[in-house]
Design a protein around this ligand. Structure first.
Ligand code: NDP
Length: 451
């Protein structure tokens, strides 16, 4: 067996219940096969074996008291995967589906994503099975404080810098940072996604959705296409989806679909900036459900169906798909439906939203396909810019941060294409992203010796 196949087998055998982690490892390592031949020094130093094993895995109890006075117990995680090129960096996810295999897959992906940004950031991820849905602000605050009561001892501005992810937005970052500051008595760049009043960066909330749209635009430009008059389907209705809608509108496209975990909406007229402002208020302040959209606007609602289910079942024509909800949301039947209905470009705002079978369908059909670790790297890149501004104790203006984000996304796009071509996979963004991200980390690991 090849070195790569051996490592994949070992990972599967060691932790048989971590399916999402196996999926991520397999997807990355299989595309690294050409690096094995070119870099025997990596094989000798067992870089492939070492990179799939986290530096450390922290699992902790999070006890807190709800509004009725009852004690609740959740489980907290932080996987510090690899700090070869910089301090650990990666989001925190609060969702009932969170377990070790999910956090490991996200942390593993984060290593390569962060490397692609060219900023000095290692890979990590954290979270909890806590569900913020239906909780009062007071309960969310109590939980965040209990979570930070353990996490604080493992993080630091030069050690590990968490950020948001699913279920962790501006409100949660405020509570987490406020508690860290209280118990440590220091005001430092230990979290990103902070409010503007206390060290946050302009454009950080927008960065993942904007960056994903910039990446899609770059991919389309290679084929002489752009967003003008294109019909776009976006899944999710959270942070990434909302700002993807905003940027697509700015670039002249028309977004017709959004969803949350309860239902999908289809608005053939397009979700213009006024309607998107309604979605932002609905999801970020009222904490409502996307189906409430049809009470306000002329649109269709499909209960218990994702955007991709609706496209498949109703044969909706779309040119561009931006999955911005969660992992494995696009299965093979959805991918076939997208191809059948004229989709020319898929750029992933979410992490690993397409199953391996779906990715193969996109690639075989010759569709432009930008994997999450490249297409959604704008979020962590702008977090990196927030860290820089915190260290320098200054704030850049909106235009400066947005320009840097655009440049970073263009560079990531170029790095993917360059690496893909150099390693014999011309035009393959999956191989390109994985190889470009891996090489920098592997070379740094080699330089350190066996540690
Ligand atoms: P949010 O919590 O703000 O929004 C997530 C959205 O996706 C919500 O509308 C949620 O619905 C929906 N959703 C979650 N699970 C499902 C499901 N199973 N089916 C349908 N809809 C679902 O999270 P973000 O927007 O921050 O994150 C979205 C994705 O982007 C994640 O994969 C995340 O890892 C990735 N990402 C985020 C970054 C960031 O900067 N925030 C950076 C890079 C990647 P509901 O409202 O019902 O919960």
């Amino acid at each position: 067996m090849s070195v790569i196949a051996d490592v994949i087998e070992k990972v599967k055998g060691q932790d048989p219940d971590q399916n999402e982690f196996h999926q991520a490892v397999q997807e990355v390592l299989e595309t690294l096969e050409p690096t094995v031949k070119k870099h025997p020094e990596f094989v000798k130093a067992k870089i492939y074996e070492r990179i799939v094993e986290p530096d450390r895995t922290l699992i902790f109890r999070v006890p807190w008291v709800d509004d009725r006075g009852a004690v609740q117990v959740n489980r907290g995680f932080r996987v510090q995967f690899n700090n070869a090129i910089g301090p650990y960096k990666g989001g925190i996810r609060f969702h009932p589906s969170v377990r070790l295999g999910i956090i490991k897959f996200l942390g593993f992906e984060q290593i390569f994503k962060n490397s692609l940004t060219t900023l000095p950031m290692g890979g990590a991820k954290g979270g909890s099975d806590f569900d913020p849905k239906g909780k009062s602000d007071n309960e969310v605050m109590k939980f965040c404080q209990a979570f930070m009561r353990e996490l604080f001892r493992h993080i630091g501005a030069d050690v590990d810098v968490p950020a948001g992810d699913i279920g962790v937005g501006a409100r949660e970052i405020g509570y987490l940072y406020g508690y860290y500051k209280k118990i440590l008595n220091e005001h430092t760049g230990v979290l990103t996604g902070k409010g503007l009043e206390y060290g946050g960066s302009l454009v950080r909330p927008e960065a993942t959705g904007y960056g994903c749209t910039y990446f899609a635009a770059e991919m389309m430009a290679t084929k002489g296409m752009n967003f003008k008059n294109k019909i776009v389907a976006i899944s999710g209705a959270g942070n990434v989806a909302q700002y993807a809608v905003e940027k697509v509108n700015q670039l002249g496209g028309k977004v017709i679909m959004l969803c949350d975990s309860g239902s999908s909406i289809l608005d053939e007229e397009g979700i213009c900036s006024r309607k998107n402002a309604f979605v932002m208020k609905l999801k970020n302040q009222k904490r409502g459900r996307i189906k409430e959209y049809i009470q306000k606007y002329d649109a269709l609602c499909f209960e218990n169906k994702s955007v991709w289910d609706v496209i498949r079942d109703q044969d909706i024509k779309v040119h561009i798909a931006l999955p911005c909800a969660t992992q494995n949301e696009i299965e093979s039947s959805h991918a076939e439906a997208l191809v059948r209905n004229g989709c020319v470009c898929v750029a992933e705002g979410a992490n690993m939203p397409s199953t391996p079978e779906a990715v193969k369908i996109f690639q075989d059909a010759g569709i432009l396909y930008g994997p999450g670790k490249a297409a959604n790297a704008g979020g962590v890149a702008t977090s990196g810019l927030e860290m820089t501004q915190n260290s320098m104790r200054l704030s850049w203006n909106r235009e400066e941060v947005d320009n840097r984000l655009l440049m970073i996304m263009r560079n990531i796009h170029k790095s993917c294409l360059d690496a893909a071509e150099a390693y014999g996979n011309k035009g393959d963004y999956v191989a390109g992203a994985n190889i470009a991200g891996f090489l920098k980390v592997a070379k740094a690991m080699l330089a350190y010796g066996i540690v």
